[in-house]
Design a protein around this ligand. Structure first.
Ligand code: FAD
Length: 416
């Protein structure tokens, strides 16, 4: 381990920021986290799909609790409504996968517990950052006032990152033409959960697909009856219709999302009427239940030439953003942050460490973007009719669409 102790500022105290702060602190660096929100972050109750190997690696490094609430899924069941398909529709193929189904707030709580309260300042929005002196220090402004000099600033400030804008002024979020409607249905409103046990379901409809899976319930409850069905559907929404889609029930236009509980009822009704005829009966019962709460989110991508400028770095959604089908989402921030701490620990030459880390993160970010675009094409824009495919056709289609699931989500062997 290097003897170099750096003064590090982390901007943003969510998944990527907490991971960076904990990992860098453990390497002996002096870390301060600035978080804009006035208090600890409150979860949105929604689920997350995580590659099993990433969770195990994070648990192996004691970044996540060994008993983090969540469920393992070993099958990704691809299905579609079919006249002769019965209540679950027709499924030509269930892909073997190794994934964990979690809730965002359990993941966040596990990380946050590892960060001493003294290291994080809430209600402190970073408003500016600039290199000073010989370029090996960064001066930060918080809420418009000077907040000190740091040897390194990690911007983990989310998809509308201030830091990204300062480092790469030309970078723009690009709307993908895809929005997501998410639903949460408490398990107690279901009569039969057997199809959901140990599985992630991808249900095709003509304009994309739905996903359905079980996540822990309130307080991380994992007992049958206390869990929650997390489901979502990807929608093709032209940019011109985003204003309407992202206006909440109080008439406010959100930048990229409408949170749970604030989607206007008539919009949910319109979407339900459009989607209902495409779902097999079992999944229609879940998605159409009046006990759901709903959220909406527009999907963006971000392409960048790098992850670092001098002593400023990006982590998580502040960096590159791929279409949401790569299984990397929330965990990109954790891997960016852990790799940064490892790179700095390997040498006393901070700038060389940052340069090597930058090359690696940039290459990974670009390949995730390419994979995400291929998957968006296969799973949204040109999704084939699963109900009309044989197992061999589907395995072949998937093989051509991507390296997924083995290379991405770490599953087992394909069927012979
Ligand atoms: C409260 C919360 C709940 C979420 N719930 C879910 C969920 O249920 N399911 C899901 O899939 N994803 C959820 N997400 C999104 C998810 O965390 C991100 O998509 C992904 O994990 C990337 O994480 P991140 O740490 O890079 O960015 P984010 O999670 O977006 O965090 C960025 C953080 O930076 C802070 N910040 C931004 N600008 C500044 C600034 N100028 N100064 C200081 N701080 C700043 C923000 O307040 C935020 O806490 C949630 C995010 C938040 C913030």
């Amino acid at each position: 381990m290097t003897s170099n102790t750096l003064r590090v500022a982390v901007v943003g105290g969510s998944i990527a920021g907490c991971t960076a702060a904990v990992a860098l602190r453990r390497q002996g660096h002096a870390v301060r986290v600035f978080e804009r929100s006035p208090g600890g972050l409150v979860g949105r109750g929604a689920g997350i799909i995580a590659p099993e190997p990433v969770i195990e690696a994070m648990q192996g490094r004691d970044l996540l609790d060994a008993d983090l609430p969540g469920f393992r899924a070993e099958r990704l069941v691809n299905s579609a409504r079919a006249d002769d398909g019965g209540r679950l529709g027709r499924s030509p193929w269930a892909a073997p996968v190794a994934i964990r189904l979690l809730r965002w707030q359990d993941l966040y709580a596990s990380l946050r517990r590892r960060l001493p309260d003294a290291d994080i300042e809430y209600g402190r929005p970073v408003t500016d950052a600039r290199h000073v002196g010989d370029g090996r220090e960064v001066e930060l402004a918080v809420d418009g006032s000077p907040a000190g000099r740091f040897d390194l600033v990690v911007f983990a400030d989310g998809y509308r990152s201030l830091g990204r804008g300062l480092m790469f002024p030309g970078a723009r979020l690009e709307y993908t033409g895809i929005a997501g409607l998410r639903g949460l249905l408490p398990e107690r409103y279901l009569t039969d959960t057997a199809p959901l046990e140990g599985a992630l379901h991808r249900v095709r409809y003509p304009e994309g697909h739905f996903v359905f899976y079980l996540v822990p319930g309130e307080g991380g409850a994992m007992a049958p009856g206390e869990r929650v069905v997390n489901w979502g559907v990807y929608l093709r929404v032209p940019a011109a219709e985003l204003d309407d889609l992202l206006t909440d029930d109080a008439g406010e236009r959100g930048f990229g999302s409408v949170p749970f509980g604030a989607v206007p009822r008539d919009r949910v009704e319109r979407l339900r009427r459009f989607l209902a005829p495409h779902l097999p009966p079992y999944f229609a019962d879940i998605a159409l239940s009046g006990h759901n709460s709903h959220a909406l989110q527009a999907m963006f991508t971000m392409t960048l030439p790098g992850y670092r400028r001098g002593r400023m770095c990006l982590a998580g959604d502040a960096g590159m953003i791929a279409p949401p089908f790569t299984g990397s989402g929330v965990f990109k921030g954790m891997t960016n942050a852990v790799a940064l701490a490892d790179a700095l620990a390997a040498t006393d030459d901070t700038d060389a460490a940052l340069a090597g880390w930058d090359r690696e993160q940039t290459a990974t970010g670009l390949s995730q973007l390419r994979l995400g675009e291929r998957l968006a094409d296969a799973l949204i824009w040109h999704i084939p009719d699963f109900a009309a495919m044989s197992e061999a056709d589907m395995v072949d289609w998937w093989e051509r669409a991507s390296k997924f699931p083995e290379a991405v989500w770490g599953g087992g062997d394909r069927p012979a």
